[in-house]
Design a binder for this molecule. Structure first.
Ligand code: ADP
Ligand code: MG
Length: 757
């Protein structure tokens, strides 16, 4: 260990600097090095407690108070189970309650032991009022004599802006704060290479990295904090934008095979037999695609278009152009149902043009192959052979297409449908399967606000289909309170009426059976609640009024609901089908077919119908436990109806009470069907990680301080600066700290993905 080059300060293990006990605790938060700890930013700041007087505390205020414990009592909770510990502290004038809840009394005993009457401490938390008494719920606290030597020391602790860290029960925020100060104090400029080049700091008026870190961790005042935060936000934006600019530059430097439009080929043949006229938008995007494909710079294009805007035919025309020019196209769908649907749709649109090899097929005809995980061995072999020989011009599949052993004769274009389900990494994997760079078209029906697009898809050119094909009927959305019997009866009556009029109804459930969710399909709403749960405890507060009753009533399951509906008088004699991810592929096909034909006009299903499924007669959708799903998911679901000229109605059944976040999400859907507006709302209401998708969320490489809607100006600035940097120095040779920051930001998830695949 000795005589070697000194380890850079930031890479130093915390165990060495802080000792194994503290380091062990911090490791629970995923913090193992000095650098990681310094990037664990406070979430908020508490007001210094020096001068607080318990009588002047206002509810909602985050405070730190110096007070003496007067009494402590512990008792079981009847209603909710678990136990509650209540203490009363006083500053000699007023008093304040402290409340702790726990499932098991053991944890509370620790508090009970520390909070002995007569002891003095600093207590931090948000002031709440409960039954007319002010209290702190799950406060963070330091006990004089246990956690600090003297009252003076406690006071010093309490007299600065108190950084409040994302914490856990085992590692309270004050302990994180102290650890941060221990590692931060001796650090100098040379220890923290700044990823932001000095000229950019000057140009944008930002402080250097060390000053910024001090500003957020140990702010002298509010301004120091604001300066630090602004600079760190810019840094996040810059790192991301430089990474994207580099991807873009790399793609530009590669070569694809040019696939120019050929006269007298499949594109013209298709156009001649389309059952509708292309919209102006479809034509315009078509021209963009045609010219991208005609060049030898790999196309990297994102096609955005709300549900039902007609992206499929646009993609098909691009695929046919490639086939006409001698190549093949792959179409990647997020689910088997959607892959199947695409297979049928494309074959339907192509007609005899997809019958190559059969008698009477036109000479230019090609074939469409379907390759999904659930194919039988024989079908799979034949699909693989068709892809490898080039016999299939179009190969459609789920991510099974990403699997080993799939070879193409000459893959010229990859179309990725419903990109929100795929990460950047998955796009890359498919690309590496081929000799030369294929062109790539990425499609999404989740409209993406501009800055989100810049952040997530900043390496792609963008086209948008804004208009929908004419003849679309509007969809009206209502919320049905789950406990309102009359409304529920009316809901099923409406379903019955639509069916009687020859139309179809979707009934969407969150689960397949009473105890299992759809595979790989945890509702976004649930994830949201989990995140919120973490957040509440992380801030050390668990305000009484926000405690969520844990999974209320069990979520509705496909099987049960189908049974129930069969017994309802409103649906007497109406055949009811079921569809979910665990059915055999033949049965899925059958369920869809019976639904489409009207043999089983009510389809109870999970979200497998979410994307792309197209049955024009479908006019009603009932979503049970609607709050379980996210906004964009519901918007997608709703896009399945109102596809023909009958107005659609979407009924969101939910037990979410007025004023809850869950209810707000549903209200947003009632208010608008504009996908872009909903996308913005979604970003506002949800954690950004969910919106950004796997590529930018979670773990070390998530956005910490940057918010894609709020900080759009910063992102725009960073995008311009990033372009300049990459133009001047594509390999970032002269920006080693920036290059290192990008590596660190992007690598972990990529590696993880490659291991998984
Ligand atoms: P999405 O953009 O959601 O993938 P689709 O491509 O599935 O939308 O198209 C939805 C429906 O609209 C399909 O039934 C399709 O055949 C139809 N469609 C597409 N383009 C047109 C058009 N120009 N005129 C009329 N109908 C169209
Ligand atoms: Mg689609």
């Amino acid at each position: 260990m000795t005589g070697e080059e000194p380890r850079p300060r930031l890479a130093e293990p915390l165990a060495r600097v802080l000792g194994t006990r503290t380091a062990g605790a911090l490791a629970k938060l995923g913090l193992t090095t000095v650098g990681e700890l310094l990037r664990h930013y406070p979430r908020r700041y508490g007001r210094p407690g020096e001068s607080t007087d318990l009588d002047t505390l206002r509810t909602g205020e985050y405070v730190a108070v110096l007070a003496e414990v007067r009494s402590v009592t512990m008792r079981p909770m009847r209603a909710r189970g678990g136990a509650i510990l209540e203490a009363v502290v006083t500053d000699g004038r007023g008093s304040l309650g402290l409340t702790f809840f726990a499932k098991r009394p053991g944890i509370l005993r620790i508090h009970e032991d520390r909070l002995r009457p007569g002891r003095t401490g600093i207590f931090t938390g948000t002031v709440r009022e409960y039954r007319g008494r002010r209290q702190l719920t799950h406060p963070d606290y330091l006990v004089v004599g246990l956690d600090t030597e003297s009252e003076e020391e406690a006071l010093t602790e309490a007299s600065r802006l108190i950084p409040l860290y994302p914490a856990t029960a085992g590692v309270p925020t004050w302990r994180i704060g102290r650890s941060v100060r221990t590692v931060l104090d001796p650090i100098t400029e040379v220890d923290v290479p700044d990823p932001v080049p000095a000229p950019l700091l000057a140009k944008r008026g930002h402080v250097g990295l060390l000053e910024a870190l001090r500003g957020v961790h140990v702010p002298a005042d509010g301004e120091a904090w604001a300066r630090g935060r602004a600079r760190l936000r810019y840094e996040e934006a810059l790192i991301l934008q430089v990474a994207l600019a580099r991807r873009r530059a790399t793609a530009r430097s590669m070569r694809s095979v040019a696939r120019p439009r050929i006269a007298g080929g499949l594109v013209e043949a298709l156009d001649a037999c389309l059952p509708f006229t292309l919209t102006v938008g479809q034509r315009k995007v078509g021209i963009d695609l045609a010219s991208d494909l005609a060049g030898d710079v790999p196309m990297r294009r994102l096609l955005q278009g709300d549900v039902g805007s007609g992206k499929t035919v646009v993609a098909l025309r691009a695929m046919l152009q490639v086939i006409d020019a001698g190549g093949q196209a792959a179409l990647l769908a997020p689910t088997e149902v959607l892959a199947w649907q695409h297979f049928k749709t494309l074959r339907g649109l192509l007609g005899p043009l997809a019958d190559a090899g059969t008698l009477g097929a036109p000479e230019i005809a090609t074939r469409v192959a379907l390759l999904t995980g659930s194919l039988g061995a024989e079908e799979r072999r034949s699909a693989l052979a068709d892809a490898e020989s080039g016999g299939a011009g179009i190969v459609i599949g789920t991510h099974a297409l990403l699997g080993e052993g799939v070879r193409f004769a000459d893959l010229g274009l990859v179309v990725v449908d419903e990109q929100h389900r795929f990460g950047v990494e998955q796009r890359d994997v498919l690309r590496t399967r081929t000799e030369h760079e294929p062109h790539m078209l990425v499609m999404t029906a989740t409209p993406i606000p501009r800055t989100v697009a810049m952040t997530v898809f900043g390496d792609l050119d963008t086209s948008t289909l804004t208009e929908k094909p004419t003849g679309r009927a509007p969809v009206v959305t209502h919320i049905v309170p789950a406990d309102n019997r009359a409304w529920l009866d009316r809901t099923w009556a409406r379903v019955g009426e639509e069916v009687a009029a020859g139309r179809r109804a979707f009934v969407v459930c969150a689960r397949i059976t009473g105890d299992e969710a759809e595979e790989g399909d945890i509702g976004e709403g649930v994830i949201q609640e989990q995140i919120e749960g973490v957040d509440l405890t992380a801030d050390g507060e668990l305000p009484l009024e926000e405690v969520r009753p844990h999974p209320r009533t069990p979520l509705h399951a496909v099987g049960d609901v189908a049974e129930e509906l069969r017994a309802r008088p409103e649906l007497d004699g109406v055949p009811i089908g079921v569809l979910h991810g665990r059915l055999r592929p033949e049965d899925k096909d059958l369920a869809m077919a019976h639904f489409a034909s009207g043999e089983a006009p009510v389809l109870v299903s999970t979200t497998v119908i979410e994307v792309g499924v197209d049955v024009p007669e479908a006019s009603v959708m009932v979503v049970l436990d609607a709050d379980h799903f996210g906004i964009s998911q519901l918007h997608q679901l709703r896009g399945r109806i109102g596809r023909a000229d009958t107005p659609g109605v979407c009924l969101l059944v939910s037990a979410a009470g007025e004023g809850t976040l869950a209810r707000d999400r549903l209200e947003a859907l009632v208010e608008t069907t504009d996908g872009f507006a909903l996308a913005e709302k979604d970003v506002e209401l949800r954690r950004e990680g969910d919106v950004l998708g796997s590529a930018q969320s979670g773990g070390r490489n998530s956005l910490r301080l940057l918010r894609v809607i709020r900080d759009k100006d910063i992102i725009e600035e960073a995008r311009m600066d990033a372009r300049d940097i990459v133009e001047a120095d594509p390999t970032l040779e002269s920006f080693p700290a920036l290059a290192a920051a990008i590596e660190e930001w992007l690598e972990p998830e990529r590696e993880e993905f490659l291991e998984r695949s």
